[in-house]
Design a protein around this ligand. Structure first.
Ligand code: 5AD
Ligand code: SF4
Length: 452
């Protein structure tokens, strides 16, 4: 490059792990002398951080690549990062020959080196082919014991931020690509997580979300802290007012987590505990390693807590062989738990996964019907759950303003969106905490008035 600063554009798909990986990738690229730009048109390097959890998510990246293919003629380079990169590997070069870089999340530590490799390669008119020097791949590190740690994370929100505590997943649920795309489980030391939390507090962050595909599997490599102890320690960092964590696996979800929430005020009143199905037979076929009753036992621990813990979950409908009665068991589980929120998905067969070998006997229209029924049932549950807040006072972190409605947007410790009015002369600062009296409720949000 001719002395001018190189530019990059990065678009992120998928989960919070991906969102946070992108913050780390951005920091790394900036450190390497790149400047981030907001449009593809301005960029020398165009990166997609991709998701392959369901077929639709995976298709998105290939559509994006096809849309911008012609820009290759202008000398722009393309890179595919994340889960589709790891899953499809060098096949991406066949499907989208204008791509120069394919790198899975377990290899991000090597990004600076890979970037140098594609930059130093001559960009002749030669037809690209797999293995040629114009291309770089980071696909070999799924067995690594190392995490992608960087001091250059470019966090987008100045008030709340993520910290990865564990990467990868060893659970191998029958439907899931994650163990194949993100590699084996590896935890960061509690000392390094706490150092990052303290550094964030010093920078003015007050909310931290601890991230991992399965945070309860956290094992401190230095042997100092369990997950619950780490959670409590982050909650005790001066300046940190809220700590969240996601995602939990029921099999590894211990009672000590609930005890920590009861003991440490900064830990939020919210647990996301994906159940996937309410039928023990389906859970077994999914290789989830728990029964309906074992799951409900964990829910009973949360309900016995001193704090009013909001519970959310993920559900898959239409897993191969799921009968009408097994689907009904999932519906009855929604009633038994009384979830505050449910993310529900139609089963999507994924490459490499064990459930691919099962007959995907349930037609898409039937999966769609089950999803509709489930969402309608859950909507009723949320209407009832949210009503109980009316008359209560809750503290919210102010997240924004809806100027059209002259309402502020806040979030409670239980992760509920609470829209509220404030007296005209008061302008709560974004990122500050205020008390709000709840005067109305909807299926997905609450309505209130600021208490002054
Ligand atoms: N099909 C449908 N949903 C899936 N999920 C994971 N894999 C699949 C799949 N193959 C859902 C699970 C998980 C959430 C992140 O995505 O519910 O908890
Ligand atoms: Fe998507 Fe799963 Fe990868 Fe996250 S870990 S980006 S949800 S495939």
């Amino acid at each position: 490059m001719s002395g001018e600063q190189k530019t990059f554009y990065l678009e992120t798909f998928g989960c919070q792990m991906n969102a946070h990986d992108s913050e780390k990738v951005i920091g790394t690229l900036v450190q390497e002398g790149y400047r981030q730009v907001e449009t593809v048109a301005e960029a020398d390097l165009i990166l997609y951080n991709t998701c392959s959890i369901r077929d639709k998510a995976e298709q998105k990246v290939f559509h994006r690549l096809a849309d911008f293919k012609k820009l290759q003629a202008e000398g722009k380079k393309f890179g595919v990062l994340g889960c589709v990169a790891q899953q499809e590997g060098e096949k991406i070069f066949e499907r989208a020959p204008h791509v120069s870089l394919v790198c899975g999340s377990a290899s991000y530590r090597k990004l600076p080196q890979l970037l140098t490799q594609i930059e130093s390669a001559e960009t002749g008119s030669r037809k690209p082919e797999a293995g040629n020097p114009m291309r770089a791949t980071g696909l070999d590190d799924r067995e690594t014991d190392e995490c992608f740690e960087t001091e250059f994370t470019a966090r987008t929100n100045p008030h709340r931020g993520y910290i990865t505590i564990i990467e990868g997943c060893d659970k191998f649920c029958a439907y899931c690509v994650v163990p194949y795309t993100r590699g084996k489980e590896r935890s960061r030391t509690s000392a390094s997580v706490l150092a990052e939390a303290r550094q964030m507090a010093d920078l003015g962050y007050s909310e931290i979300q601890l991230l991992g595909q399965n945070v309860n599997s956290y094992r401190d490599p230095a042997g100092k802290k369990s997950f619950a102890e780490l959670l409590a320690a982050v909650g005790e960092v001066p300046g940190i007012r809220r700590v969240r964590f996601t995602t939990s696996h029921p099999r590894d979800f211990g009672r000590d987590i609930i005890h920590a929430i009861d003991a440490v005020p900064a830990l939020c009143d919210h647990v996301h505990l994906p159940v996937q199905s309410g039928s023990t037979r389906v859970l077994d076929a999914m290789q989830r390693l728990y029964t309906r009753d074992e799951y409900l036992e964990r829910i009973s621990w949360m309900k016995a807590a001193k704090r009013d813990i909001a519970i959310t979950t993920d559900v898959i409908v239409g897993f191969p062989g799921e009968t009408e009665a097994e689907f009904a068991a999932t519906l009855s589980l929604l009633d038994d738990v009384g979830y505050d929120g449910v993310f529900s998905f139609k089963y999507s067969p994924r490459p490499n996964t064990p459930s691919l070998a099962l007959d995907d006997a349930i037609p898409d229209a039937e999966k769609a019907r089950r999803l509709d029924v489930l969402m309608a049932r859950q909507r009723e549950i949320q209407i009832a759950r949210n009503k109980r807040y009316i008359g209560q006072r809750h503290e919210v972190m102010v997240e924004g303003k809806n100027t059209a409605r002259n309402q502020w947007i806040g979030r409670t410790s239980q992760h509920k969106t609470l829209n509220f009015s404030a007296p005209d002369e008061i302008n709560p600062r974004i990122g500050s905490y205020v008390n709000v009296k709840i005067i109305g409720s909807f299926p997905n949000s609450l309505l209130g008035q600021m208490v002054v």
